[in-house]
Design a protein around this ligand. Structure first.
Ligand code: SR1
Ligand code: MG
Length: 412
């Protein structure tokens, strides 16, 4: 039966698992185990021994952030494992290597990333990461394209959509916490007191709420590709020059623009929160660096998607014959699709900006600013830009336009 591990029980319980023993050391007495999970859901152990180090991640049967009053199925580890396998195929080297999966124990043994640090922490600490935007844009494009009918055979894709459709309780969290709760006085919500009038205005905006509901419907019903499902800066680990994407337990088949939109939101929140973390001397340059990462990410997404469209497109959609002798280039159709993806992404981006300020799970960019008088104006800018993106996603026709909007809201 399933038993949640502790730092004390892990070594005796897992000493016979070759995937661990062969990498860490044969004698569990020599293992040093520390529980380091600081996310909202799981246990994460670093297991270190004379021969090396691995990560053991185990799902808990409830939401760690809330406690056992909110049960959560262990089966999410199964989907996380399968997501990691697919992400590794679709963008080799982008995710940690998986060494072992135990479905009964809801446990994944994987590569220990070192000296990587959670990207959100690096952004709070004012650290830069070389090649970050290129890496993330490519990851989003490769997983989006290669997880869709633009690459997969229809039957294979349908089978995979069916497999991941079993992950029902996890997307339900996103449907509630991201798309619904911010827009009414939901039980688990909390927000900075000074934002009360701003929040009242936002919740009184029927057009905004209808737009969000439309995006919720797309999120729930559009199975264009396999999405990571929770691609924020806490799901990325980086050194100064190298990055990996972790933690895809919110995986589902969903819209092309979902991951890139969520990711952009988390960079924008890092941007708006910077006055609380930097000295006035460092502030402007570091904020501009964050904006340059957003620009690189969005550009790399489009460039890679277009490259894959040109070089790898198979399947039943958009056969080459469609473009022959029509006086139009296949690339034009790809650009139309990329425009649609960007519009969805901008709306998802705005919604994520709202939920991290209003719903249950906030983020450290703002939360580590303990003086609410300092935090509130930055959160207000974040909320206002979020609304603008939801209401006028179609006005953002280029990465530059998005950056310009961010600068405008930051100056308010
Ligand atoms: C109850 S889970 C709260 C949040 O943590 C995860 O990382 C997802 O972002 C989820 O919405
Ligand atoms: Mg997570």
């Amino acid at each position: 039966p399933y038993v949640p591990l502790t730092a004390e029980t892990l070594a005796p319980q897992l000493s016979k698992v070759p995937a661990i023993a062969d990498r860490v050391g044969q004698d569990p007495q020599d293992w040093k185990v520390v529980e380091v999970g600081d996310g909202n859901l799981n246990l994460v152990f670093i297991v270190e021994g004379p021969d090396g180090t691995v990560i053991v991640k185990q799902a808990l049967p409830y939401v760690r952030l809330v406690g056992d009053s909110w049960p959560l199925p262990l089966y999410r580890a199964f989907y996380e494992y399968h997501a990691l396998v697919r992400e590794a195929e679709r963008d080799p080297g982008a995710v940690p290597q998986v060494f072992h999966f135990d479905e009964d124990q809801a446990l994944i043994v994987m590569e220990f990333l070192s000296p990587h640090k959670i990207l959100r922490r690096k952004l709070i600490d004012g650290e830069k990461v070389e090649g970050l935007g290129e890496f993330l844009g490519r990851f989003c494009a490769r997983t989006a394209f290669r997880g869709s009918e633009l690459s997969m055979k229809s039957a294979e894709k349908k089978k995979d959509v069916g497999l991941f459709a079993g992950n029902v309780d996890i997307p339900a969290i996103t449907e509630a916490l991201v798309f619904t709760d911010p827009y009414y006085d939901a039980k688990m919500n909390h927000h900075t007191a000074e934002l009360k009038p701003v929040v009242a205005d936002l919740r009184a905006n029927a057009v905004l709420k209808a737009r969000v509901q439309r995006m919720l419907m797309k999120f729930a019903s559009n199975t264009e590709t396999m999405v990571h499902g929770d691609l924020h800066s806490g799901s990325i680990m980086s050194t100064a020059t190298e990055s990996r994407v972790i933690d895809p337990e919110f995986v589902q088949y969903g819209p092309f623009g979902f991951d890139i939109g969520m990711l952009t939101a988390n960079f924008l929140m890092a941007y708006f929160s910077q006055p609380g973390h930097r000295t006035p001397q460092d502030l402007g340059a570091y904020q501009e660096w964050i904006l340059s990462v957003i620009e690189e990410t969005l550009k790399a997404f489009d460039a890679e998607f277009l490259f894959l469209w040109t070089t790898e497109r198979t399947g039943m959609l958009y056969p080459a014959s469609l473009f022959e002798d029509q006086g139009q280039s296949s690339e034009d159709f790809c650009r139309d699709l990329l425009n649609e993806i960007r519009q969805d992404a901008m709306a998802f981006c705005g919604i994520e900006m709202h939920r991290r300020t209003l719903s249950l799970a906030h983020n450290a960019d703002f939360e580590t600013l303990t003086d609410s008088a300092v935090r509130a104006p930055m959160e207000a800018r974040n909320l206002a830009m979020g609304s603008e993106l939801i209401l006028r996603a179609d006005a953002i026709r280029s990465p530059r336009a998005l950056l310009e909007l961010a600068r405008q809201f930051n100056a308010k």
